[in-house]
Ligand binder design. Sequence first.
Ligand SMILES: [Zn+2]
Length: 561
Amino acid sequence: MIREFAKNIVRLWASSGDRSVTVAKVDKSTWRCAPCLGPLVLRYEVYAWDLSVRAAYLDTTRGYFNGTSVFLKIHGKEHYPQVVEIRSPVGEAYSEWRVATALPREDAPPLGYGSYRAADYDELIDHPVEMGIFSLATFEACGYPHDIAVTGRHRADMKRLCRDLKLICEQHIRFFGEPPPMERYLFLVTAVGSGYGGLEHRASCSLLCGRDDLPRLNQQEVSEKYRTFLGLCSHEYFHVWNVKRIKPAAFASYDLAKENYTTSLWAFEGITSYYQNLQLLRCGLINAADYLELLGQAITRVWRGGGRFKQSLAESSFDAWIKFYKQDENAPNAIVNYYSKGALAALALDLLVRRGTGNTHSLDDVMRALWKRYGGGGAGVPEDGVERLAEEISGLGLQEFFDTVIRGVEDPPLAELLPQFGVKFELRPAESAADHGGRRAKETADKLARRPVLGIRLAESGAEAKLAHVYDGGAAQQAGLAAGDIIVAVDDLRVTRANLDSLLAAYDAGEVVTVHAFRRDELMKYNVVLQTPPIDTCVLALMEDIDGAVRARRVAWLGTA
Ligand SMILES: [Zn+2]
């Protein structure tokens, strides 16, 4: 997405010596200064109040910025070394502040203020900077220093974090081959009440998480929330190779002012999403049952989106600029997520290669070959590069798979493939709106099949039952309800966000209910024929009665007999 960071430049002025220099705006993010003699000094004010991982934030407790939000690019001098001097805010209140960044230090002491240097503008904007009071811990992965800085109030077990992140980092480093492609690495973590997000960089990543996602002292197990956090760390760290260095050709030299088109984001985000959890299993942080639960949830997420039959992964990548990153209420009906379906495509590709080569090769070999061939920079991976290399490494004809699952709108053939790897693939109806799949249902199959559904998703905040999404072909849409409608009654009983599910539970699929809803503040009435729930919730389990060949495949893939 074009983020339009220039919108936060409040004002800008230029001088040379003691003379002011005229500045003219050329386009929305470009300024031209009049010629001058001697050094040109530009001063500008940036509004920084974005708590996400991608922009800049400043208050009395901390400062955080990505170079993209604060550093202007000097036209024609992008390739020059760039020096940044970071100064302390003035005042006693800030005397304890430190600086955490992977930006190479010039004269700044470790964690201190002073000057930092980047080889060029590209590097300058690829090292986010955190300033403030944060917890810091250090560990080594394959002998290389890694820091983790946690900002925000928290009671995390920093030793535990180091121990677990070390396992993940070493797993990824050894996967691609030692040594890692950076001298040191920094995890910048911001803990908030609830939040989730990550952004990868060449030698660091910025993560946003809930403070409850972090492990507490004396917490032995990997909780579901901590597992999600570890998955996020694993994801961004895998990007050190896949996308920061193995890049699509379209990203080999970005034009930051306009869209850079590629059809292969599924490979960079999807393959990364596949490995983020598989590597947690391989390094022992989760077990096979946990892994299959996560995989079942991932399949459920994808299987619930009707848009996957309208948009291919290749199209989703290409149009990410205007669709995936600009989602509206119709997104589930119109687009496919190249992260989640991409991860399932990566899984299917891995299994196809393993099956076709009798376990001698896998997607691991394809990734290592991509790293060897394209990791050193240069022209980047051509649009058909992943497909060509997968065929070359496996010796298999994979065009049909790419034509149907990547360029077409077919589901990855997991129902067929997983049992051949000793994993039972089951689909069932959802038990409730909060059922994300991955687990056995508590209700009987018979009862689940009769559960009435409206074919909607409610907005997640507020007390009202506001429709966030209305699914194509669902009961609500058939009756004329639309996204944004606020349901106030079902058969004349008051509806809230909290009670809609339990009110509907009194009915059977096939029955007709009267729904009152507000649209544009006008009260509307609909007769809704309740539908049977879609069979879209996936549960995976290890199969017990399997033959030797199947068992051998499962051992090679999951390490589980
Ligand atoms: Zn990613």
